[in-house]
Design a protein around this ligand. Structure first.
Ligand code: NAD
Length: 379
């Protein structure tokens, strides 16, 4: 069976869905691999490295996709490339399926069996395939590094003959995978760190990393027991806004990572809170792709507010650390393929009753099979 690795075409995307390491492992399954020329260039992987690993380099998307039974991608292929994916092929990537019924329908019409890896269930068996976690981890790290770059002081306390430079104060909003990595990174750089989350379990995790917990603890937050946070009530949000505004004004750098699966990101840092921040402070909003946690965020942009606060609202933070992000992403996808590999058939086998398959498989044999995209799910 032939597996194709496409070059990503989305603006700002630096990642690639396979590395020489994963190519070798996929070949060991019995697959032949075609990599589109230049696919790894933005992730510092040359065509020669893929060739050395045993892949064939295809000059363009059409020759890469010809005869492919499996296609790996980071973002969904553009319509022109999608039209070249052979019927019956398995497409695996972060397909941005939630809220995009039209795209899911397109996969079905094209006869492509599409696996949206962002919908992977948060179960132990799936951890090594969890693209959201691997990418969020690196995004959290990168957010702190870019926040430090934009902050015109230092992070750690420095005692010099000319006096002391105080440590930076960092406040992390949302303590999931990205937020916890942001806390750890800011601590390693010497900052004094605090963080907030609505899930009660996050409090101990925040404290175990040496940061202090700041948050509204009431009956509503005590009910946040799932792996993903639910949207909070207007009453909770008002209480949280007051506490956050007070906290933000005392901090130098705010790292925003709060998300609610499948929804717009909650706005937690109000315009008033930003207006009360000191000149030179920085807000890094890695929730910008989902609209952002900060009212001042302009998705895709770096702006400076009238009171001198730099707000980094870049999109696609994993792409800003593309080499590491490609490495982990490629391993996630390779693990998915190997886990469902049927040796005798020499092809992947996705049992319809498997929890992972039920979570990610959008379409099969020309039909939409995912429960979230059935007519009754939309009603
Ligand atoms: P996420 O990206 O969905 O959200 C980021 C964080 O924002 C979450 O911690 C969430 O609680 C928080 N948040 C949402 N609304 C908020 C608000 N109004 N105010 C403050 N914070 C808010 O989350 P994630 O990084 O995917 O992780 C969610 C949880 O799932 C974590 O506990 C993580 O450890 C767990 N997890 C489990 C597995 C597994 O078991 N395989 C894998 C990955 C993550």
């Amino acid at each position: 069976m032939r597996l194709a690795v496409l070059k990503e075409r989305a603006s700002g995307e630096t990642r690639v869905a396979a590395t020489p390491e994963t190519v070798k492992k996929l070949i060991a399954l019995g697959l032949s691999i075609a990599v589109e020329a230049g696919a790894g260039a933005m992730a510092s992987i040359s065509d020669a490295q893929y060739r050395e690993a045993g892949a064939e380099i295809a000059g363009d998307a059409a020759s890469c996709l010809a005869g492919a039974g499996i296609v790996l991608c980071v973002q969904p292929p553009a319509p022109a490339e999608l039209a070249m994916v052979p019927r019956g092929a398995l497409l695996i990537g972060t397909l941005g399926a939630m809220g995009n019924e039209a795209l899911v329908q397109q996969f079905a019409s094209a006869g492509i069996d599409a696996c949206a890896m962002e919908l992977l269930p948060r179960i132990t068996r799936a951890q090594s395939m969890d693209v959201l976690s691997s990418q969020a981890n690196l995004a959290g790290y990168r957010a702190v590094i870019e926040g430090a770059e934009a902050f015109p002081r230092g992070f750690s306390m420095m005692m010099t003959a000319a006096g002391t430079v105080p440590p930076a104060r960092v406040f992390v909003v949302g303590a999931g995978v990205a937020g916890l990595q942001a806390i750890a990174t800011a601590r390693r750089l010497g900052a004094i760190v605090s963080a907030t989350d609505v899930r009660p379990a996050a409090k101990e995790e925040i404290k175990s990393l040496g940061a202090s917990f700041i948050g509204v603890e009431d009956e509503e937050s005590s009910k946040q027991t799932g792996a993903y946070a639910r949207e909070m009530s207007a009453e909770f949000r008002a209480k949280q806004a007051a506490l956050i505004a007070e906290t933000v004004a005392k901090n130098d750098i705010v790292i925003c990572t709060a998300l609610v699966m499948g929804r717009k990101a909650p706005v937690i840092i109000t315009a008033e809170a930003v207006a009360a921040m000191r000149m030179g402070s920085v807000v890094v909003d890695i929730a910008a792709d989902a609209g952002g946690n900060c009212a001042a965020t302009v998705p895709g942009e770096r702006i400076v507010t009238p009171n001198g606060v730099t707000v980094l609202g870049y999109r696609n933070w994993p792409a800003r650390i593309g080499v590491a992000a490609s490495g982990l992403y490629a391993r996630n996808l390779m693990t998915f393929v190997t886990s469902f590999w049927d040796k005798e058939a020499g092809a992947p086998k996705l049992p319809a009753d498997d929890d992972i398959v039920k979570g990610v498989l959008l379409t099969r044999g020309g039909a939409v099979v995912h429960p979230n995209f059935q007519p009754q799910a939309a009603a």
